[in-house]
Design a protein around this ligand. Structure first.
Ligand code: FAD
Length: 305
């Protein structure tokens, strides 16, 4: 049943008609639990509250699978606006983005031009940018563009997904660039031809890449809500005397907020991923796919109205 629900919500997350409808009707169906609001002003207010609790942030102007150049350019403009707001308001926040919203599916020239505009603005405002990893069909392209950008900019990192078979090799290949990487389990529906179908194998691979990247001396963001992985990381950094400024934990806005604060109290760096914007639908569906309890929460919210 859980697997069925997961597939259903991942299927819905890619529905373009629903994405358009959702944009028109505003934050609905409990999405406000996971999305800070539709405007940069609301997002900035949410960041300020998190910063006051000693939580760091990475902000994401929501958008994905953009298929025309004008829209991709506008997404880049909005992203630059977010970067400028971080700088102007002195927020303790990095920025995350999806390259499909910057033109990855349109052309190499469009996506590279938008990424350079964004990274230039980020450099001026001292903001670090993480390129989120999307579905497998875009992984190779994303890593290729990341490699070029990393040679030009020191304020860019990307994400590596533990569920892919290719991941260990990617960690090895990227090591020469000493990248700051966010490590995650992976959120998309992938074929067993390219990704581990069993959760236990994903978890083992996750631990393996955490070890590799830390021992290579690279900055590692362990992005998970899974206590087993968090405990594993804590133990590993202790046993291997990994300095506290070489790693951090990350979680999503609205998910396990108490645990986020506990980790801060324990002295760990904790960064919250704060999405905002009108294009909340695909992001919201993936959060529902991850956890049936989230679906129950949403259904309760709908019945109350
Ligand atoms: P899961 O396997 O989902 O959960 C493991 C355990 O964690 C559960 O059994 C439970 O004990 C606990 N848990 C989980 N949720 C809750 C909850 N709500 N309340 C209480 N306990 C809970 N994926 C990508 O593909 N690309 C990206 O770029 C990307 N960026 C991300 C950025 C951040 C900051 C984070 C946190 C995740 C990101 N993801 C990304 C999503 C990621 O790949 C996973 O889909 C998502 O994090 C769920 O996996 P998990 O590691 O949290 O553990």
């Amino acid at each position: 049943m859980e697997q069925l629900l997961r597939s259903f919500f991942l299927f819905l997350s890619k529905n373009k008609r629903m994405t358009k409808a959702a944009k028109r009707y505003g934050l609905r169906f409990g999405a406000a639990r996971f999305v800070a609001g539709e405007t940069i002003e609301l997002a900035a207010a949410a960041i300020r509250k998190l910063n006051e609790k000693n939580l760091d942030v990475t902000i994401d102007y929501l958008g994905e699978f953009v298929d025309n150049e004008a829209e991709a350019n506008e997404m880049a403009n909005q992203t630059i606006e977010a970067i400028e707001a971080i700088g102007r308001e002195n927020l303790r926040s990095q920025l995350s983005l999806k390259m499909t919203s910057m033109g990855l599916d349109i052309s190499d020239a469009v996506v590279r031009r938008n990424m350079r505009r964004i990274l230039d603005a980020a450099k001026i405002n001292d903001v670090f940018v993480t390129i989120d990893m999307e579905d497998y069909s875009r992984c190779g392209k994303t890593i290729k563009i990341f490699k070029t950008l990393k040679k030009e900019y020191d304020n860019v990192g990307t994400v590596i997904q533990a569920y892919l078979y290719r991941t260990v090799k990617d960690i090895e290949d990227l090591n020469s660039l000493h990248p700051n990487l966010r490590l995650v389990k992976g959120a998309y529906k992938e074929s067993p031809r390219v990704a581990f179908p069993e959760k236990k194998d994903v978890d083992e691979n996750f631990k393996k890449i955490i070890k590799m990247h830390l021992l290579n001396g690279n900055y590692t963001a362990v992005a998970t809500h899974d206590d087993k992985i968090i405990e594993f990381t804590k133990q590993f950094v202790k046993e291997n005397s990994i300095p506290s400024d070489q790693f951090e934990f990350q979680m999503l806005y609205g998910i396990r907020p108490e645990r986020q604060l506990e980790l801060v109290k324990e002295g760990y760096k904790m960064r919250v991923y704060v999405p905002y914007g009108t294009d909340w639908y695909g992001y919201f569906m993936r959060r529902l796919a991850e956890r049936p309890a989230n679906v129950a929460f949403v259904l309760k919210g709908m019945l109350k109205k």
